[in-house]
Ligand binder design. Structure first.
Ligand code: PEP
Length: 251
């Protein structure tokens, strides 16, 4: 049985002062009977997340990492550094990084491997652009993105979370319908089953793209939607906590 996970992607938002309120409210609001909850914060705030969330049921993590373990890579942050601050998850291959920082699927695969070497769980994002959906090639795009990761990364016993994030739904207020999400999630699960056999049933596939309190329950009720990767709504404690509760009810 897969436990639902709601992970908040703060993107490049926050300040030491505002984080105190947000992290405090999330810590207070999430109880052990709820779905698993994580906040994925900008790297400079990991120490603050560790200090304010340690001892709670809320996990924390980062939004990016280097594919290298150490060395002359100015500006980069390694998996081991994130792990030193208690990070459990790290987003890999978010569409903003693919589009704005030219991250290829090969790089995404190397980053997933680096995450595993450092003891982190990568949250690997895949998803199609609007024109790709309209051309009817969603499955082909998602398959290519996933195969690139599988081909390079290989898969042993490591834990992996996948996130299906249609690019046209990210930060746009336009959400995939529960049926659209389920269709792609089931496709991903079947693809993984071909590669991994029964282990595919263990892996969580999150949906991301304008998840809000108002649409979360319907999305999370779909059999292959194992929670959400939540951007904008994760910055408002009340809204985020409602989404965590929706996942707990749907679990
Ligand atoms: C995201 O950043 O991964 C995301 C899904 O953003 P939003 O929820 O704001 O669409």
């Amino acid at each position: 049985m897969r436990r639902k996970l709601v992970a908040g992607n703060w993107k490049m938002h926050g300040s030491r002062r505002s984080n105190e309120d947000l992290l405090g409210a999330v810590r207070e609001g999430v109880r052990s009977q709820h779905a698993e909850c994580a906040v994925l914060v900008p790297a400079p705030f990991l120490a603050q997340a560790e200090s304010l969330l340690s001892g709670s049921v809320v996990a924390w993590g980062a939004q990016n990492l280097s594919e290298h373990d150490a060395g002359a890579f100015t500006g980069e942050v390694s998996a081991a550094m994130l792990a030193e601050f208690g990070a459990r998850y790290v987003i890999v291959g978010h569409s903003e990084r693919r589009a704005l920082f030219a991250e290829s699927s090969k790089t995404v695969a190397l980053k997933a491997q680096a995450a595993w070497r450092g003891g982190l769980v990568p949250v690997v994002c895949v998803g199609e652009q609007l024109d790709e959906r309209e051309s009817g090639i969603t499955e082909r795009v998602v398959e290519a993105q996933l195969e690139a990761v599988l081909a390079t990364a290989g898969l042993g016993e490591q834990e992996l979370v996948l996130a299906y994030e249609p690019v046209w739904a990210i930060g746009t207020g336009r959400t995939a319908t529960p049926e659209q999400a389920q269709e792609v999630h089931a496709f991903i699960r079947a693809l993984m089953a071909r590669r991994l056999g029964s282990r595919a049933a263990e892996w969580r596939i999150l949906y991301g793209g304008s998840v809000k309190a108002g649409n979360a329950r319907a999305l999370f009720s779909m059999p292959d939607v194992d929670g959400g990767l939540v951007g904008g709504a994760s910055l408002q404690a009340g809204e985020f906590l409602e989404i965590v509760r929706a996942a707990s009810v749907a679990a």
